[in-house]
Write a protein that binds this ligand. Structure first.
Ligand code: AP5
Ligand code: ZN
Length: 214
């Protein structure tokens, strides 16, 4: 199954990707995690991406399309994948169409901006795996530590309120047009489109997804 997770920064894409990956064995392709890994590794891509990400802007379409094409070609994606954070612009979505990649489901997580701004201040992540927690809404078993490895959790560099607001503005301008893009494809029976109320508790949303896929 090929799934796109669509939604604003902090809408819960990564959180539900973890659920879907665990329960359905579909690999998560998080372009944000891929870029953060490149930054930690100090690659040329990482150096370029860091400034852009810290400013809350988008990395160029060419780079992102190349990265995703390469990732999708790997063996573990043969039976499907979960795209988390891609496509994020019309040219990125067009590139998928041009490659003839059929998306079975587009899941949109709808969350108002003010809820997101509040949420982001409580996010903690495990940089090694990309696992994501929230100090209140989805706390780790032991405060400040990853459930699987016990390693320290961190605050993402782009989770400062000012950067979150910038990312939200860019979402509305460049990514939100994909809502109509994929709704139109669904009307032509070329994909399924499902909008989820992303303000529900994490477990409720997972339940809704489980009902959709069972
Ligand atoms: P990326 O890492 O993709 O960030 P994002 O899309 O802004 O999304 P987030 O990871 O911030 O949010 P999420 O929806 O995954 O929410 P999460 O589950 O963590 O991209 C980062 C940057 O990389 C971009 O800004 C850009 O520069 C670059 N980039 C990446 N892809 C690109 C592309 N294709 N093109 C160009 N540039 C690209 O949840 C957030 C918090 O809320 C957590 O604390 C979580 O525990 C909590 N939470 C989750 N669900 C709930 C709930 N239902 N109720 C309460 N709390 C919840
Ligand atoms: Zn994420």
């Amino acid at each position: 199954m090929r799934i796109i997770l669509l939604g604003a920064p902090g809408a819960g894409k990564g959180t539900q990707a973890q659920f879907l990956m665990k329960n359905y064995g579909i690999p998560q392709i998080s372009t944000g995690d891929m870029l953060r890994a490149a930054i930690s590794a100090g690659t040329e891509l990482g150096k370029k991406a860091k400034q852009v990400m810290d400013a809350g802007k988008l990395v160029s379409d060419d780079i992102m399309i190349g990265l995703v094409k390469e990732r999708i070609a790997q063996a573990d994606c043969k039976n499907g994948f979960l795209l988390d954070g891609f496509p994020r612009t019309i040219p990125q979505a067009d590139a998928m169409q041009e490659e003839g990649i059929i998306i079975d489901y587009v899941l949109e997580f709808a969350v108002p901006d003010d809820v997101i701004v509040k949420r982001m201040s409580g996010r903690r992540v495990h940089p090694g795996s990309g696992r994501v927690y929230h100090v209140e809404h989805n706390p780790p078993q032991q405060a400040g530590k990853d459930d699987v490895t016990g390693e320290e959790l961190i605050i993402r560099d782009d989770d400062k309120e000012q950067t979150v607001r910038k990312r939200l503005a860019i979402y509305h301008e460049q990514t939100e047009p994909l809502v109509d893009y994929y709704r139109r494809l669904a009307e032509q029976d070329k994909t399924h489109y499902h909008r989820i109320d992303g303000t529900q508790p994490v477990a409720e949303i997972s339940k809704e997804l489980a009902q959709l896929f069972n």
